[in-house]
Design a protein around this ligand. Structure first.
Ligand code: URA
Length: 256
């Protein structure tokens, strides 16, 4: 790869700025001063920029606790995207792995590793995705059985068997339920038949899958949070809208 790309991938500057700086002689490769921005490097050389060593890493991995109101896309003219949340100094080839709806919160993996993206999303791999949700109404054992059997959602989609776990039911919605309802797709709903908190684990990731599964049993999801994807679990210390690089251990877990 070109020396200016090596440095811009590592966020040292834009390609344009780097071309000028490299020509000024601020870069060394294996001890030799290089002034050609197109100088070819493999990635394993010892590179310095203004005296600082710059190590190349091919892949980057971030865990984001996605907030509501942000879309899962790399760029958009009008709406804030999950990639915007990483700030301006981010590497330019990052993308989100899979998609969460605008009002869904929780675990989102962001990377530039296309193979990992494929492994985690391939329908054949059946990577478990666990969600916590609040449901308008009373979720029953009959719903648990229906999810376990594999729900027929519509003409096109029969969901694979999913594990539904009922956590609690309350007759009266709390203030926090009402607040969550405001960011949902049905803010005008009254939650008059009570609220059920559930966890559900699915092995595929079709468009609006969980909302459609509950629809198929006559219920609405009004709060949805992804807790885990495969063995990667949302860090409870990460506030909504915050992100951090994955640890070495987490990267290893994703690859096994
Ligand atoms: N299922 C949904 O309905 N929405 C999401 O964002 C994720 C899973």
């Amino acid at each position: 790869m070109r020396l200016d790309k090596y440095l811009s991938d590592m966020n040292v500057g834009t390609r344009k700025e780097l071309k000028t700086k490299i020509r000024k002689g601020v870069v060394t490769v294996d001890g030799a001063r290089i002034t050609d921005p197109g100088f070819s490097v493999k990635g394993d050389e010892s590179v310095t920029f203004e005296g600082q060593p710059i190590h190349y890493h091919t892949f980057e991995y971030y865990m984001l606790n996605k907030p509501a109101g942000v879309i899962t896309a790399t760029e958009d003219k009008r709406q804030q995207t999950v990639i915007d949340l990483l700030g301006k100094d981010r590497r330019k080839d990052l993308f989100p792995v899979g998609r969460l709806d605008k009002n869904t919160v929780g675990l989102l993996l962001i990377t530039n590793d296309g193979d990992l993206n494929h492994r985690l999303l391939s329908p054949k791999k059946h990577v478990d995705k666990k969600y916590y949700a609040k449901i308008d109404g009373c979720v029953t054992e009959a719903d648990v059985d229906a999810f376990a059997k594999g729900l027929r959602i519509d003409e096109e989609l029969t969901a694979l068997p999913a594990t539904l776990e009922i956590l609690t039911f309350r007759d009266e919605a709390t203030a926090s339920d009402k607040e969550d309802l405001l960011t949902s797709e049905h803010p005008e709903s009254t939650l008059s038949s009570g609220v059920t908190e559930i966890c559900v684990t699915i092995r595929e990731g079709k468009f609006h899958q969980i909302k459609r599964m509950f629809h198929a049993v006559g219920k609405e999801v009004f709060y949805l949070k992804r807790l885990s994807m495969g063995r990667l679990v949302l860090d409870p210390a990460l506030a909504e809208g915050s992100w951090r690089p994955l640890t070495e251990e987490e990267i290893r877990m994703l690859n096994t």
